[in-house]
Ligand binder design. Structure first.
Ligand code: PMV
Length: 311
């Protein structure tokens, strides 16, 4: 058995926010952006986690087993408790190329790769179904009331249609496609935008439910487009979804600007992805237009543009 595990990043393609209310959403793994965990034996009863890559503004790295509330410790303890095993004498090293706190699934990917590593270090392969539940429990520390879509797409590492508490359906892509993911550079807290949508919903249930219903139709058509390779249609659906997210008040001037720039530069469609208000915009592009669209997004103020080949 190798002493390395990993997990991918993710983006939500369609259906964020509405997914919290039981509407289906689509998410895809970003298999080229990964968290890797390796482990080596250490002397005595030491258990260590090295996470220098995560030393960044939003994640405090202090992860001994005697700090049981830290998310890194929580996943370790969840796995060890599950197998009724003592902490192994290993040093686990986490390396990540997923940007932190930008809606690309860094937290869930770290929990997933580390949970797998701890199980593997005691000679076991943890089933995805169990790991997914543990990672979800940790997502709740970060995000309050997450729908569960992030942990699910990351643990299973396949494109999924997800309905909260009901179903996880793998999607069969007819044709691979390319996304550009442009970071506004603005950090926004998902639980705040989710809370604001909740307040809107409680204030005017009929109106907001009407928006969710339109998103449901979009997601349904998008599944068909993905499974039949209708990429132009998929792009249009993404742009329509963005307009509905604007009505839910979770877009921002920067996100709207990047969406407009992508569309004007010839992309097939574009939208915010994830919690919104900041974070990332995603756009579906033809290979032939990829470079020009990337340049335009950078000129328009994107702090980073990542290419994702979804297959
Ligand atoms: O901000 P992200 O990428 O973690 O996505 C949040 C997605 C929401 O639908 C807004 C919330 C959720 O829990 O599904």
């Amino acid at each position: 058995m190798s002493n390395q595990t990993s997990a991918p990043g993710k983006v939500i393609l369609l259906g964020e926010h509405a997914v919290v209310y039981g509407i289906p959403a689509i998410a895809v793994p970003l298999s080229t952006l990964r968290v890797n965990v390796t482990w080596t034996k250490v002397d005595g009863n030491n258990f260590q986690i090295l996470a220098n890559d995560l030393k960044n503004k939003d994640i405090e790295v202090k992860s001994e087993v005697n700090n049981p509330d830290h998310p890194l410790t929580r996943i370790v303890l969840a796995v060890l408790d599950h197998y009724n095993a003592p902490p192994p004498s290993f040093c686990f090293e986490i390396k990540s190329d997923i940007p932190i706190a930008s809606g690309l699934g860094s937290g869930a990917a770290v929990s997933t790769a580390l949970g797998r590593a701890v199980a593997r270090s005691i000679g076991l392969d943890i089933p995805n179904e169990i790991l997914n539940q543990f990672v979800y429990d940790i997502e709740k520390i970060h995000h309050g009331t997450p729908s569960g879509i992030d942990n699910t797409v990351i643990v299973y590492e396949e494109a999924i249609k997800y309905v909260k508490d009901i179903s996880i359906e793998p999607l069969k892509l007819h044709t691979p496609f390319t996304l550009l993911i442009a970071d506004t550079g603005v950090t926004a807290l998902t639980h705040e935008s989710v809370g604001d949508v909740r307040r809107l919903y409680e204030t005017d249930r009929d109106k907001i439910q009407g928006i969710f219903d339109k998103i449901q139709t979009i997601v349904k058509l998008a599944v068909d487009s993905i499974e039949h390779g209708k990429l132009e249609k998929l792009g249009q659906l993404m742009t329509s979804n963005h307009k509905l997210l604007q009505q839910l008040t979770v877009s921002s001037p920067q996100l709207d600007k990047l969406v407009d720039v992508a569309i004007n530069a010839g992309s097939l469609g574009a939208k915010l992805s994830g919690g919104g208000r900041g974070g990332n915009m995603i756009t579906l592009v033809h290979e032939s237009k990829r470079d020009i669209i990337r340049d335009k997004l950078l000129q328009a103020g994107a702090v980073r543009v990542i290419q994702a080949n979804v297959q």
